[in-house]
Design a protein around this ligand. Structure first.
Ligand SMILES: C=C(O[C@@H]1C=C(C(=O)O)C=C[C@H]1O)C(=O)O
Length: 111
């Protein structure tokens, strides 16, 4: 199979585009691609910490639920869940409520 000069140029351009990160980041300049790549690394590190904190929250919540159930009480305490929902809503607005509901779902019943 023969490769025409036009095909060679297209392949070289594709390689350059990838090497300056614009393909991967959606940026139109190498400079913007550099900013995005660095910021994405920070986001990945933050997400790892957030996931770790959620796992820690699940473990602490399980301790509370276990103690309450062992004492003859119920797993769920709705008035406390309302406080948690209010806390997130005050800090983050309406999406905060949705986030808190997901957190409560993750934390409930893991024992
Ligand atoms: C952890 C508790 O138990 C349950 C789990 C909650 C939570 O994960 O925040 C909140 C209320 C309860 O339904 C608690 O009562 O504080």
């Amino acid at each position: 199979m023969t490769v025409t000069p036009t095909e060679k140029t297209a392949a070289e351009q594709a390689r350059k585009t990838e090497s300056n990160g614009t393909e991967r980041t959606g940026a139109r300049t190498a400079e913007a691609a550099g900013v995005i790549t660095g910021a994405r690394e920070r986001i990945d590190a933050l997400d790892d910490r957030i996931i770790g904190l959620i796992q820690e929250r699940m473990a602490v919540s399980a301790v509370i639920q276990q103690a309450r159930i062992a004492s003859g009480g119920r797993r769920v305490n709705l008035s406390r869940e309302m406080e948690v929902l209010g806390h997130y809503r005050e800090a983050l607005g309406k999406p905060g409520t949705a986030l808190a509901m997901t957190l409560l779902e993750l934390c409930r019943g893991k024992i």
